[in-house]
Design a protein around this ligand. Structure first.
Ligand code: SF4
Length: 362
């Protein structure tokens, strides 16, 4: 089975056109979109992409920006390792590649945060290279087309899928005749997975590949690909302190590695510790405290129940790094008016915005 020509014809007529990262061969723009789109829907990326580009219009601007500024622009998109790798990658492009992205997929894949599929997408879009992609959507399309059973996240199935995607790449001869072929083909695979061959209820009747698709023929598109064998996610609990005084809130910077690495969050404590001891240990003149309703935040590998404690402090201290906070050396008093300039994890941002709107912190 060869799908390229039908897929390309379909993409040119019915695929997605006019997304802000299309119609360019600038590797910086394509790379940025590919990283943002990993595990994130197009609709969520649109605003971030435009804002990020206006802040960092070139790879040089991004490489020279402070890490905190990059995190501020990324805050809310999630999977923060992507932002750290993005910054590291921009620096490597400046230092090792003279400010130009490497000219082929194999070299692109040596850069931080660029896996083989992302490298292939950039090379296909920007250089017309005959490189095969295999992102989550493409895995689903191929597993259905070829009725491949098994969990696609396992190494054995992934290898089969890589083999299939490489077989389908348009021929060198076809690419020589149509320089935009690889770009349309790659976009076609992505578009098919995003718009027709969707996770649930694929629109097979509109699909350009329906005559060849084994899942369609066998009426198995609902059961393929096999779902990932999921283990129950571990549960964790944490206590977060919202320590505030008029106009200011105490934020604590997370270590650069791990969950929410480098972001500004709320001071966290084990829920097993007696809260009054924690309050006392702050060494601040506390007016009142309140335990707010707990809420759940789900990460890919665990579920976190957050127990927020509101700690109201009388304005008695200089709102700078406070020498009394020996237990929180990485904490700072941040003016509420300047909260937007700090990169906050999405649930913390939501919590604080809700409290400000409700007038509980002001
Ligand atoms: S026919 Fe249906 S299941 Fe097969 S590739 Fe097309 S949309 Fe997917």
């Amino acid at each position: 089975m060869k799908i390229a020509s039908r897929l390309v014809t379909w993409q040119r007529l019915h695929g997605r056109h006019g997304l802000p990262w299309q119609g360019t061969r600038d590797p910086y723009r394509v790379w940025l979109s590919e990283i943002m789109l990993q595990q994130t829907q197009v609709a969520a990326v649109l605003d971030y992409y435009q804002r990020f580009l206006s802040k960092f219009p070139t790879v040089k601007a991004l490489a020279q920006a402070p890490a905190s500024e990059v995190m501020v622009q990324w805050a809310g998109l999630g999977y923060y390792a992507r932002a750290r790798n993005l910054h590291a990658c921009a620096k490597q492009v400046m230092d090792k590649w003279n400010g130009k992205f490497p000219p082929d997929a194999a070299s692109l894949a040596t850069l931080p945060g660029i896996g083989p599929s992302t490298a292939a997408a950039i090379a296909a879009f920007c250089y017309g290279e005959r490189a095969a992609i295999l992102d989550g959507n493409v895995k689903r399309v191929l597993a259905r087309l070829f009725a491949i059973e098994g969990d696609p996240t396992t190494r054995a199935i992934e290898l089969q899928l890589w083999e299939r995607t490489r077989e389908q790449v348009p021929t060198a001869r076809a690419c020589a005749q149509d320089p935009a072929l690889m770009s349309a083909y790659t976009q076609g695979l992505m578009d098919l997975g995003a718009t027709l061959c969707t996770r649930s209820r694929p629109k097979c009747e509109a699909c350009p590949l329906k005559k060849d698709c084994l899942a369609k023929q066998q009426n198995r598109s609902d059961e393929l690909p096999w779902p990932r064998a999921r283990k129950a996610l571990p549960e964790r609990n944490t206590m977060m302190l919202i320590v505030h005084q008029p106009g200011y809130i105490l934020l604590d910077q997370r270590p650069t590695t791990g969950i929410w690495g480098g972001l500004w969050s709320l001071p966290e404590y084990e829920v097993t510790i007696e809260p009054t001891l924690i309050y006392q240990n702050l060494g601040l003149p506390i007016d009142k405290t309140a335990v707010l309703a707990s809420f759940l935040h789900v990460f890919t590998h665990f579920r976190l129940t957050i127990e927020p404690h509101l700690v109201s402090v009388a304005r008695a201290r200089t709102p700078k790094i406070n020498s009394a906070l020996k237990s929180l050396p990485s904490a700072q008093w941040v003016a509420l008016a300047q909260l937007q300039q700090r990169a906050l994890p999405a649930p913390v941002h939501k919590l604080l915005t809700g409290l400000i709107t409700a007038g509980l912190i002001h």
